[in-house]
Design a protein around this ligand. Structure first.
Ligand SMILES: Nc1ncnc2c1ncn2[C@@H]1O[C@H](COP(=O)(O)OP(=O)(O)OP(=O)(O)O)[C@@H](O)[C@H]1O
Ligand SMILES: [Mg+2]
Length: 375
């Protein structure tokens, strides 16, 4: 059984998009019961016919079902009474005054971190392509290279430009077509010197990227994590409570064993695991035959161990990858390689699984109602 405070911790990553206060702090979660694998929640809505009711319920369900030991979620809703409503608005005002947001990332932004236990499994390649894919689909997307020393995003996207600061002394992400990109590699003058960042603790560097960058209103922020389970991964849950993690592994069973460490770390820091991607799964010949060059079963084993969906099996690409490493991402290449098609499908699935948060809320509407009333 998952303890109630852990459930509350996960629920508190669901924010009221407009008021930037989470549903737990707003007092919307009235009661939680966890009986065997079923979670029952009493949810107090600010107004009974709240238009965002479905979105809030779906999000609660989605977040809790990502947890191990939760198989079903039942939500019963009530409408808040006048007293509760006044208290909610008071809290929201107070939070707004305190400007409680720890970073410059809007709470309604979907944050997906791409991690792995082992290096070289394709985190950066997948982060770059997923972010580009979402951006090409029309979502406002940011790509943060959180691999402070081992950055590779600029090279993978073929970016040679640099990030500039604006008049408020905030960094402005590099625009790669419509995609907003930030990486230490875009700040330092070349790939070998990172003077400005030397000495900075890694988690501090991440914090700086989240607070001192003018990210704007993003639908998605994709974060390319460094390999392993270090400072950055730990800082993530503190700085971005809405972050969710995709674990990348390769088909070898050994790789999967290392990947479990990342999944364990995520659980310890309350980062929900969205799923597993098995990269370099197989090689597909021109005639469509599949060869398991690196063994098989790693992705399945990991997803079974943690009860997670296996989001995709991405085949090994051959010559296309020379181009990818040379700065033309797979998703931008003019061919229909099986790797590119698999990535395109993965991007679609992510957008369906984790649709952008609609920027309209019950409490927002309520605020307007209150405004009307107080006239
Ligand atoms: N599906 C694929 N088919 C062929 N090559 C791939 C595939 N995915 C990644 N690669 C290649 O594998 C190498 C490592 O990929 P990448 O840099 O994305 O891994 P990483 O997990 O980010 O590594 P690091 O841990 O060093 O950050 C690169 O040369 C990349 O082009
Ligand atoms: Mg990388």
């Amino acid at each position: 059984m998952v303890q109630n405070d852990i459930l509350l911790k996960h629920l508190s990553s669901i924010y009221d998009p407009e008021l930037a206060v989470n549903i737990v702090d707003l007092g919307m979660v009235k009661d939680i019961q966890h009986i065997e694998k079923d979670v029952q929640i009493k949810l107090a809505l600010t107004i009974a016919d709240c238009p965002m009711r479905n979105q809030i319920e779906t999000e609660i369900e989605r977040k809790l079902l990502l947890l191990e030991n939760v198989d079903s979620v039942e939500i019963t809703t009530t409408a808040m009474n006048q007293e509760d409503r006044t208290a909610v608005m008071e809290k929201a005002r107070k939070k707004a005054r305190e400007n409680a947001q720890p970073t410059n990332i809007n709470p309604r932004t979907r944050v997906v971190a791409i991690g792995s236990g082992k290096g070289g499994v394709g985190k950066s390649t997948l982060s770059a392509n997923i972010a580009l894919g979402l951006s090409k689909a029309g979502f406002k997307t940011g790509l943060l290279d959180a691999d402070i020393w081992g950055f590779s995003i600029p090279r993978l996207l073929g970016i040679t430009g640099r990030i500039e600061a604006n008049e408020n002394k905030k960094m402005v992400p590099y625009k790669f077509n419509e995609l907003e990109v930030v990486s230490t590699g875009l700040i330092t003058s070349d790939e070998d010197t990172a003077l400005m960042w030397r000495g900075l603790m890694l988690s501090k560097a991440l914090e700086q990227f989240l607070t001192d960058v003018e990210w704007g209103e993003l639908d998605y922020l994709i974060i390319d994590l460094p390999p392993g389970t270090g400072d950055i991964q730990m800082a993530l849950s503190r700085l971005l409570p809405q972050a969710e993690l995709i674990v990348v592994t390769t088909p070898q069973l050994m790789a999967q064993k290392v990947a479990t460490r990342v999944a364990d770390m995520a659980k310890r820091s309350f980062i929900p695991l969205l799923g597993v991607i098995e990269n370099m799964s197989y090689f597909e010949s021109n005639s469509g035959e599949k060869y398991n060059l690196f063994g098989e079963g790693g992705g399945e084993a990991l997803s079974e161990k943690f009860g997670l969906p296996l989001l995709s099996k991405i085949p090994i690409s051959e010559d296309t990858n020379n181009k990818a490493d040379g700065g033309i991402p797979l998703i931008n290449q003019e061919n229909d390689s099986s790797t590119k098609l698999a990535i395109e499908k993965l991007v679609k699935d992510i957008a369906i699984k984790l649709p952008p948060v609609v920027d309209e809320t019950c409490t927002g509407r309520l605020a307007k109602v209150f405004e009307e009333l107080s006239k």
